[in-house]
Design a protein around this ligand. Sequence first.
Ligand code: HEM
Ligand SMILES: [Cu+2]
Length: 545
Amino acid sequence: MANTATVDELGHAPEVRGKNYLNQTAGVWSWLTTVDHKRIGIMYLVSVLVGFGLGGIFALLVRLELLTPKKTIMDATMYNQAFTLHGAAMVFLFIIPSIPASLGNFFLPLMIGAKDVAFPKLNLLSLYLFWIGAVFMLAAIVTGGVDTGWTFYVPYASGVSTTSVISATFGVFVMGFSSILTGLNFIVTLHKLRAPGMSWYRMPLFLWSLYATSIIQVLATPVLGITLLLLIFERAFHIGIFDPTLGGDPVLFQHFFWFYSHPAVYIMILPGMGVATEILTTHSKRRVFGYKAIAFSSVAIALVSFLVWGHHMFVSGQSELSSAIFSFLTFFVAIPSGVKMFNWLGTLWGGSIRFTVPMLYGIGFLFLFAIGGLTGLFLGTLSVDLHLHDTYFVVAHFHYVMMGSTAIAFFGGLHHWWPKMTGKMYDEKLARVGFALTFIGFNWTFFTQFILGTRGMPRRYYNYLDQFQPLHAFSTYGSWVLGTGFLITFICLARSLKNGAPAPANPWDSTTLEWQTQSPPITENFEKAPIVTLDAYERPAEETA
Ligand code: HEM
Ligand SMILES: [Cu+2]
């Protein structure tokens, strides 16, 4: 493990020596004005968890309403708001910032042996922009809600809806800047601040995934920003851009929206893939199989992701030729995804797998991403999508990728890095129970929806035919199991902050740099600036012999 100059003569990483980034200074003000990437990461973490909780409450309400074919707990207008706020909170407050802004901010500098990101003040500004955007979105909830769906489709959003669309879309607009600036910061940091000896190919693969993500954040998010601004102008001043009654074109909105939002699904999944890679290699004590293949497939996914947006619009009236081309191109996404899957399995093969809590999440990720990715190919097949478009099949597909893959990887990463971030170990047994209920509840809730979708259940419907009730009710019961799983996970992690045993510097015997400093790290990250002599997952000769 003698990866860096920070270990002592015996090859042990230093244990906690009193001062660390958490207790260096105290008080709320010291946090609000900090430029320490670790504290900023923690504040993002708390924020996205709040967003997740909010989205989760709306999710449980939506599922409860769908328990019966007619009214269960709310009326139809409330229902429209509930699913919109669920989607918007989950996408914009949770899943997009989740891994990059929290775990990424915390670990990117540590993993390259740097003291901080390249622009620490810009980093703090990003956090504030995120908060300001979130406030506009929350303001929409209390000033009349939003009922457009998280996609804000026109002309409904620009003309018809009477809810607080402007506040919500403006909130997303502002949050977009947070995303762009974080991406920019990461790109410059990775180019400029790698420790001596840390070449690009010695970087942990999580960082390659963040690099690819950052490229999309910087290039795609401005398109969403401009689109939402145009929507706001149309709604506020009745300038005809998208609304046909004003002389606009609604399909143009869909093009703009998906030109961002398809790449954005890779803003969501790529970091999850990166976290999964770190977990699978560390907890199987096996060097990553196919390092370069994984690294380049991340970049390939980022590039191809810009070419396939039209697969969301097969039934929008776009020309058959465009649909055929988009369908064809969509299959190319499967190649780098398949490359990754192959390399993850290759990494586990012959490794000494330890079924730690992070590893359970890692294996869960592999399973759920396989289902999510493969069902994406069903949807990308033009003829099949005509039948499945706007059904529960799509709902099931994107939950398998967004929640099943990204959120599971995020919680896996949280368990993996929790000892480093907090200096505390959590209760393994309770964490396992949390994982098991989450995993079972997730499949219970969402696999059911594949069946509902193939049988023709449309998405976003308040009332439905009686024949769908058994499956809908089954899915709702699953959501309770899922909710319980998350609740237990939160309790487990929260309790560890008080009662957890102190974490050693490197509890998982990992090779990457963030584990070679104390837990929790000091404000400057490393006592002596590290000098890197080995690859990210390489063990020194005497250990592997
Ligand atoms: C192998 C990779 C993937 C392929 C081939 C794929 C394909 C598709 C297609 C064709 C649709 C449109 C279905 C329709 O509207 O009828 C779709 C919808 C969707 N996908 Fe994927 N997908 C993939 C991965 C992902 C990932 C990684 C995410 C997110 C992390 C994601 C999130 C979504 C979302 C949110 C929708 C629904 C959008 C809406 O609200 O209308 N997909 N996918
Ligand atoms: Cu897409």
